[in-house]
Design a protein. Structure first.
Ligand code: PMP
Length: 330
């Protein structure tokens, strides 16, 4: 029988898909590593699995233990899935700006969610950093993965994402493009690809305009999951040959185009990474093979990126460019 014994066996081994339409007029091959095929729907399943299994090996997480992490997004889902599979309790601490759907997903997997006010300073006792520290210290058997300092975050990509891309392209990859959030993906996969190719693979980071990785001040932007206002330990800037800044508008318009043209319903950081990959492609040759990593699916963004009114409110969409009228449909 061709069966899997546990959902966590399905983490990784995601497909590479050729981008055919958004690449029109460009010479190189552009391939997307589609991470929404992971069981929790994002690239973060990889780090969740490795962080938990390493904590088990080192005795930090024991049977009956509790995982405490300040996260509301993809890392929370990854941790919740692996925890549910292995029988750990999960407590996630989330800021109150997080949408109810995201909290519902975490609760559906059996996680407990503590919601904290966004309006207080990080060192305030009610901030979500303070609350998660307090819970981790007071719950017996609690362990905090901390994806921003945990070296198993980049290591999971060094061990899985990087080697998969190398094998899938038969060693023909010339450029690797990925967004930078914690920096785990680009640091781990980028380092592996550089090492295995003897330095031939170029590694290019994609960053929202305003974030520190591309020289910004940390000013706000709307693309989720990427960019920072601090430099986390999990990011090694030496791995990147270049970091390309991409605006919210370009990222979101490309995200919508990926759904329509490539039938890839993906998140905003995927649009951001593809914009950067196409800029790289514009100056690369016909033998070049550019791999761009797409971190998650688009269903979590239906109310924002795929909502015309939301897009228009931010000035990303003018009514006449996108809205089909009754006359067009009839
Ligand atoms: N996109 C999304 C949607 C994410 O959740 C993340 C993870 N924060 C990233 C991109 C960036 O990945 P990394 O943290 O490995 O840099």
């Amino acid at each position: 029988m061709r069966v899997h014994n546990s959902l966590i066996e399905l983490v990784g081994d995601t497909p590479l898909l050729r981008l055919n339409k958004v690449t029109a007029g460009l010479a190189p091959t552009v391939l997307a590593k589609v991470e929404y095929f992971n069981p929790g729907g994002s690239v973060k399943d990889r780090i969740a699995l490795r962080m938990i299994e390493d904590a088990e090996k080192r005795g930090l997480l024991k049977p009956g233990g509790t995982i405490v992490e300040p996260t509301s997004g993809n890392t929370g889902v990854g941790l919740a899935i692996v925890a549910a599979d292995k029988g750990y309790r999960c407590v996630f601490v989330c800021p109150d700006k997080v949408g109810t759907d995201k909290l519902a997903v975490l609760r559906a997997y059996g996680a407990e969610v503590v919601v904290c006010p966004t309006t207080v300073a990080p060192d305030h006792p009610d901030s979500y950093y303070s609350v998660s520290d307090r819970l981790a210290a007071s719950i017996p058997g609690a362990w905090k993965p901390d994806q921003y300092t945990n070296r198993n975050n980049p290591e999971s990509h060094y061990q899985s994402t990087g080697p998969e891309i190398w094998e899938q392209t038969d060693g023909r990859i010339t450029h690797f493009v990925a967004g930078i959030g914690t920096g785990g993906t680009i640091t781990g996969a980028g380092r592996y690809l550089k090492e295995v190719s003897g330095g031939a693979v170029k590694v290019i980071g994609a960053d929202p305009e305003g974030s520190v990785y591309s020289g910004g001040t940390g000013r706000p932007y709307l693309v989720e999951g990427v960019g920072e206002d601090i430099w986390p330990e999990t990011y090694d800037p030496d791995v990147c040959d270049e970091v390309i800044a991409v605006s919210d508008k370009e990222s979101f318009l490309m995200t919508r185009q990926l759904a329509k043209d490539e039938t890839l319903l993906v998140g905003g950081s995927c649009g951001l990474a593809v914009v950067a990959a196409l800029r790289v492609a514009a100056t690369a040759g016909p033998d070049d093979v550019i791999v761009v990593l797409l971190p998650d699916g688009g269903r979590g963004y239906l109310g924002k990126i795929f909502n015309d009114e939301w897009m228009a409110d931010y000035g990303f969409l003018s009514a006449e460019t996108e809205e089909a009228t009754a006359g067009d449909v009839l």
